[in-house]
Design a protein around this ligand. Structure first.
Ligand SMILES: Nc1nc2c(ncn2[C@@H]2O[C@H](COP(=O)(O)OP(=O)(O)OP(=O)(O)O)[C@@H](O)[C@H]2O)c(=O)[nH]1
Ligand SMILES: [Mg+2]
Length: 289
């Protein structure tokens, strides 16, 4: 399989920008996609930003498998890491962020209060592309202060947004690692739309997604596309069946795989197949910062 990676110039620039702005912020909020809590982490961000207190958000929990999200939260908590599951779509969990940020820097707030000072709390929002950083900021501020969109690479420059209750949020462009050694991780980033579809044939992305669903969410997959038994089938064979069911045909009766793959990816991304998580905490030993 060809090497799947995407590191345009603006990501290298953003990395430097994060580093430069670190001294101006109190708390880092790292936004992860609840469907890929492992693959959505970025070693670069970890290394760069480890000097500041951090909150991890598992966003888009409305799209993820609730049972697996609970296991991820427990795995993090067992290591003393604070995580909050949130959904910008339903608003769930959003109101827990500000109190947790205040709790993390309560010593500073108390010192300030002793001196009769009241400084704003500055929060840098970071994460890979398309996880909902800008949407979260809009949700918190209650209006469309930042640009959002359903593809990666929407935010291109930093932007401060001020909230009423003494919080200031720094929106930042999503960044990936320059290189992913593990192609499985890169593929998961493609399924969830953190890596843009154009860098690889969408059919190949769909094949491997279908093979994962076949193993972990077989009933949901079969129900969605009215498939009877797909035991032992390869990803491309499942995609062909789906293409046939959905009438994705080109002249001569052949399957239009590209169209079928687009359907599968759209359905996965909007949870039409079901609420699905692509990795289990038991399979990873997360770093503890
Ligand atoms: N279902 C669902 N969709 C969400 C949620 N949060 C964000 N989205 C959608 O995810 C897409 C990406 O949101 P953005 O806020 O633009 O993502 P971003 O992290 O700022 O992306 P970049 O600026 O490219 O780094 C948009 O289509 C949002 O509507 C959520 O909790 N649930
Ligand atoms: Mg953005």
């Amino acid at each position: 399989m060809e090497n799947l990676q995407w590191y345009p110039g603006h990501m290298a620039k953003t990395r430097r920008m994060l580093e430069e702005n670190l001294k101006n912020v109190d708390v880092i909020v790292e936004v992860l996609d609840a469907r890929i809590p492992h693959s959505g982490r970025n070693q670069d961000i970890d290394d760069l930003l480890s000097s500041k207190p951090r909150i991890i958000l598992l966003n888009k929990f409305d799209l993820a498998d609730a049972n697996v999200t609970d296991r991820w939260i427990k795995a993090y908590n067992d290591k003393g890491i604070k995580v909050i599951p949130i959904s910008c779509a339903t608003g769930g969990g959003i109101n827990k962020i500000a109190p947790m940020a205040k709790e993390l820097i309560k010593d500073r707030i108390a010192r300030d209060a002793e001196r009769g000072m009241r400084r704003n709390i500055k929060i840098m929002i970071v994460g890979i592309p398309n996880v909902g950083k800008s949407t979260l900021i809009n949700k918190l501020v209650g209006k469309a202060a930042t640009k959002t969109g359903d593809k990666p690479g929407i935010t291109r420059a930093k932007q401060w947004v001020r909230l009423k209750d003494g919080l200031e949020l720094l929106d930042t462009p999503g960044i990936l690692q320059p290189k992913y050694e593990d192609q499985k991780i890169a593929l998961r980033l493609a399924y969830t739309g953190a890596i843009k579809d154009e860098i690889m044939e969408v059919e190949l992305i769909a094949y491997s997604l279908l093979e994962y669903l076949q193993v972990h969410y077989n009933d949901m997959l079969c129900a969605r596309y009215k498939l009877s038994d797909i035991t032992g089938l390869k990803g491309y064979e499942i995609l062909d069946l789906i293409g046939r069911k959905r009438g994705c045909l080109i002249s001569g009766g052949e399957i239009d795989e590209k169209r079928a793959a687009d359907i599968v990816l759209d359905d996965f991304r909007s949870a039409k197949i079901g609420k699905i998580t692509l990795e289990l905490p038991e399979d990873y030993n997360e770093k503890t910062n």
